[in-house]
Design a protein around this ligand. Structure first.
Ligand SMILES: Nc1ncnc2c1ncn2[C@@H]1O[C@H](COP(=O)(O)OP(=O)(O)OP(=O)(O)O)[C@@H](O)[C@H]1O
Length: 275
């Protein structure tokens, strides 16, 4: 049974996450169909301002569709979406997206790639140079500022893409399987780095992944989705203390929550027991 996130109002009538914090993203009864295919069915979700939410589910359950609707790259078939109180169909201001493939510009240095969003909004690059260098420092790439993307490993390129996404201080960061193409060790390090960046910047994050572990280790709440039609099966709060670091893997709550999610996928036929 899907547990819909509660929708409350604060004293000004502004929607809140239910815990009293102002709402960053609110979806009400959102469905999306592509012809006969119902990609998402009646999704209700409220993400608090500054919350880190992970979405986990099998291929085809509608994770990317959810992200595309929130980013306004696509419109819902029915239902409504507001992002920081804005219900307009235009891409929300202050939003940044990181995809699985870094899409860095091959002809620009790492620093110039990180500065690219400033060009896009017509800001002077030199105003952002210090910020860009600070971000490159945080993601361990300061020494590579003058290099070109082809001179970096896959993990380094993805770090540069994350630095670029943070240049204009987004209040909403949408991440679509950002670590999906990385090896396990790099992925673990990226997880630690992303948590550190989030603790520093406290933007609202929607993080899509196929990894149960990654979702539980990173998120304040994990949205568990199941397919045909894509729907929210469960919303699971994770209260492991931050910074979670490597030790979180041994935390009893990590084992409990990842076990519960595994059970959901087993019961829905997404996973099969080995015996
Ligand atoms: N533009 C489109 N046209 C037609 N069908 C689409 C379109 N986009 C998505 N779908 C369908 O909607 C469903 C959900 O797709 P979506 O990409 O959101 O899933 P996902 O959970 O992100 O999958 P994956 O993990 O493989 O990326 C799928 O059945 C997909 O085939």
């Amino acid at each position: 049974m899907a547990e819909a996130a509660s929708l409350d109002l604060d004293l000004s009538g502004r929607p809140t996450s239910g815990a009293g914090a102002p709402a960053g993203v609110v979806l009400r009864e959102v469905s999306k169909a592509f012809g006969e295919i119902v990609a998402l069915e009646r999704v209700d979700l409220t993400i608090a301002d500054g919350e880190f939410v992970a979405v986990v589910g099998p291929s085809g359950c509608g994770k990317s569709t959810l992200l595309r609707l929130i980013s306004r790259l696509a419109a819902p078939t029915t239902g409504s979406i507001t992002v920081f109180d804005d219900a307009s169909p235009l891409p929300p201001r202050g939003m940044s997206i990181v995809f699985q493939n870094h899409v860095l510009l091959a002809w620009r240095t790492v620093l110039d790639n990180v500065l690219f969003p400033a060009d896009m909004v017509g800001e002077r690059r030199d105003h952002y140079r210090d910020k860009a260098m600070e971000l490159l420092e945080t993601v361990g790439l300061a020494e590579f500022a003058g290099r070109y993307p082809h001179e970096l490993s896959g993990g380094m390129r993805q770090r540069a893409a994350i630095a670029r996404a943070l240049l204009l201080k987004p209040n909403l960061l949408l991440m679509d399987e950002p670590f999906g193409a990385l090896d396990a060790l790099t992925r673990e390090q990226m997880r630690l780095d992303l948590e550190a960046l989030w603790l520093k910047n406290r933007m609202t994050v929607l993080f899509i992944t196929h990894s149960i572990d990654e979702a539980v280790l990173l998120a304040d709440r994990v949205i568990v989705m199941t397919p045909r039609p894509g729907r929210i099966e469960r919303i699971m709060p994770v209260g492991i203390r931050r910074p979670r670091g490597l030790a979180a893997r041994r935390d009893p709550e990590f084992l409990e929550k990842s076990g519960e999610i595994t059970e959901i996928f087993l019961s829905r036929g997404v996973l099969h027991r080995e015996d």
